[in-house]
Write a new protein. Structure first.
Length: 474
C-alpha cells in the first residue's frame, strides 16, 4: 500500500482543527495542491467525506451564543489627563497575526457628545477574541491614542488591513473652531461653519506593529508619494464652482478584493490601493450616463462581493456600496449600488427592505464557504408598525445571496445590555473563534441627548443566535 504523502497528512490535521472550531456544514473537502496517485486521492477524499458526515450526525449544531459588554465607557475613562465625556463613531478590524488581534477605534470626545470641538481618535486591542482589551502597552482596560495632537476635530476612523498586517487608518480633520453647521447664529457662535473646499481634509496614519504604535497622520488632500489627491472632486465636471464643503470618509472599515486591492469608502468615491497601501487612488462613483458624481448619499459601507456568474463565482472583485441617504426629503431606506474600480458603478437605488432613520450602518463578510453569508447591521427604523424615527432598533441581518436579499434577522435588544439607549453607529469584524464581533454606540440618557454621555458596547454573537431556530441558508 502506498504511503500517504506528508501534504495529505497535514491536510487531515487542518481538517480536524476546522471541525473543532467551525460548523461542519461549512467544511469543504479540498485536496492540497500536490499531485498524488489518483487511486490514493480518491480513497482519501472518500474517507474524509465519510468522516465529516459522521461528525455532522454526531455533533449538535453550534449553540446560540451572545455576549455583551461596554468597551468604551463615556465619562469614565481618562487618557493623558483628559476624562473623555463621550465615545462615538466605531471602527473594528481583525488582523491576521498568530493572536488574531482585534483593534477597536473610536472618536474620543473630550467635553461633550457633539460632532465638533476637541476630538481625538483612541483605540483598544484584544488578543483573545475580545475577552480582554488593552492599550498599546498591554495595560488592561486602558485607552490608547492614535492621534490627539491639536485641539481640532479628528474623526471618522476607517480602517483596513493589508496582507502583511499593516493597519491603514483613514481619518478626517478640521481645525479648532470649525464645524459643520453648528453655528446657528444664536448657538455655538464661537465656531465657524465649514463652507469651503479643503476646510476638512483626509488624513492617513498606519501601524506596522499590530496596532501598538501609530505614525503621524499624513494629509492626503494633495498628492503624496505617488498617491492621488484624495480630496472631494467637483459635483459637476462642467461647473468649477460645484464643490463639496464637507467631506466624509467611511466611517467604519474597508474591504479587500480577491486580487489583493484594498478599498476604503468615502463620500461619492472609494479610495483604493493596488500595492498593499504604498500608494492610494480614488475611484469616483459617477452616474455612468451623465458623468456627474452621484449625490444624495454618504457614510458608506463597502464590501467585496462576487458577481454571481459562473466565471465570477468565488472571485470577489465587485464592490457593493450600501450608503446612508443625504437628501432633503429622505425615504428612510438604504441606498445601494454595485460596480468595479475599472468599470464604474450603477446608479444608487433604494433597497426597499432596509429601513434606515438616517444613520451609519456596518457590513461584514462572515464567510465565503458554502453557504456564503454577509451580515448587515443598522437601526431598522421606521417600520410599518412604528413610524417614529429612532436609532435604537439595532437589527443584524443575514444575506445568503451576496446582499441581494436579507433572509434572516434579529434585534440586538433580544440580548439587552446592562444599560439602556443602545443604538447608532456600528462596526463589525469576524473573530478567530467564529463569531461576529460588533461595536455599537450607546446613548446613556436618551431623554437628554444633547448632554448625555455616549459609550460603545462590544458584542459577540454567532449565526445560530441570529437564526434563532430558523433553518440556515441553503
Amino acid at each position: 500500500m502506498q504511503a500517504i504523502p506528508a501534504a495529505w497528512r497535514a491536510h487531515v490535521g487542518r481538517l480536524g482543527r476546522q471541525l473543532l472550531r467551525r460548523d461542519v456544514s461549512a467544511i469543504r473537502i479540498r485536496p492540497p495542491r500536490r499531485r498524488v496517485p489518483r487511486s490514493v486521492g480518491r480513497a482519501i477524499i472518500a474517507l474524509l467525506s465519510s468522516l465529516v458526515a459522521l461528525i455532522a450526525a454526531a455533533v449538535p449544531a453550534q449553540a446560540a451564543t451572545h455576549t455583551e459588554t461596554i468597551l468604551f465607557n463615556g465619562g469614565n475613562e481618562t487618557l493623558n489627563g483628559v476624562t473623555y465625556h463621550s465615545f462615538r463613531i466605531p471602527s473594528l478590524v481583525r488582523l491576521h497575526d498568530t493572536n488574531n488581534t482585534l483593534l477597536a477605534f473610536a472618536e474620543g470626545r473630550t467635553s461633550s457628545n457633539h460632532d465638533w470641538g476637541n476630538i481625538n481618535v483612541v483605540f483598544k486591542r484584544s488578543q483573545d477574541n475580545g475577552v480582554t482589551w488593552t492599550d498599546g502597552n498591554g495595560v488592561e482596560g486602558a485607552l490608547g491614542q492614535v492621534v490627539g495632537s491639536t485641539l481640532g476635530t479628528w474623526g471618522n476612523p476607517t480602517a483596513v488591513v493589508s496582507a502583511d498586517n499593516t493597519v491603514y487608518l483613514f481619518l478626517e480633520y478640521n481645525p479648532a473652531g470649525t464645524c459643520e453647521k453648528c453655528n446657528t447664529g444664536t448657538e455655538n457662535t464661537d465656531y465657524t461653519n465649514i463652507t469651503e473646499w479643503d476646510q476638512r481634509q483626509v488624513y492617513l496614519t498606519k501601524s506596522s506593529d499590530l496596532g501598538t504604535t501609530w505614525s503621524t497622520p499624513v494629509n492626503m488632500s494633495d498628492p503624496v508619494n505617488g498617491s492621488d489627491a484624495l480630496k472631494p472632486r467637483l459635483k459637476d465636471p462642467s461647473d468649477s464652482t460645484s464643490t463639496w464643503a464637507f467631506d466624509v470618509v467611511g466611517p467604519g472599515v474597508g474591504t479587500t478584493l480577491s486580487d489583493g486591492t484594498l478599498v476604503v469608502p468615502a463620500m461619492h468615491r472609494n479610495f483604493y490601493s493596488t500595492d498593499q497601501g504604498t500608494t492610494w487612488h480614488d475611484s469616483l462613483i459617477e452616474n455612468q450616463s451623465t458623468g456627474k458624481l452621484q449625490k444624495g448619499t454618504g457614510e458608506g459601507t463597502v464590501l467585496a462581493v462576487t458577481d454571481g456568474t459562473t466565471a465570477g463565482a468565488g472571485t470577489y472583485n465587485t464592490l457593493y456600496r450600501n450608503d446612508r441617504e443625504y437628501v432633503t426629503s429622505p425615504v428612510h431606506k438604504r441606498m445601494v449600488t454595485r460596480g468595479t474600480i475599472s468599470g464604474g458603478y450603477g446608479v444608487f437605488a433604494q433597497d426597499s427592505t432596509l429601513n434606515d432613520p438616517g444613520n451609519e450602518g456596518s457590513i461584514l463578510r462572515y464567510n465565503t464557504s458554502s453557504p456564503p453569508r454577509i451580515l448587515f447591521m443598522n437601526s431598522n427604523s421606521p417600520t410599518a408598525a412604528d413610524s417614529t424615527l429612532t436609532r435604537q432598533k439595532m437589527l443584524v441581518r443575514v444575506s445568503c445571496d451576496e446582499g441581494k436579499t436579507w433572509k434572516y434577522s434579529r434585534y440586538l435588544s433580544d440580548s439587552p445590555l446592562p444599560v439602556t439607549g443602545e443604538g447608532g453607529y456600528s462596526s463589525m469584524a469576524k473573530t478567530a473563534d467564529g463569531f461576529a464581533g460588533a461595536l455599537v454606540e450607546v446613548n446613556e440618557d436618551t431623554g437628554n441627548s444633547d448632554t448625555s454621555h455616549r459609550s460603545i458596547a462590544f458584542r459577540k454573537f454567532n449565526v445560530t443566535w441570529i437564526l434563532d431556530g430558523e433553518t440556515d441558508c441553503s
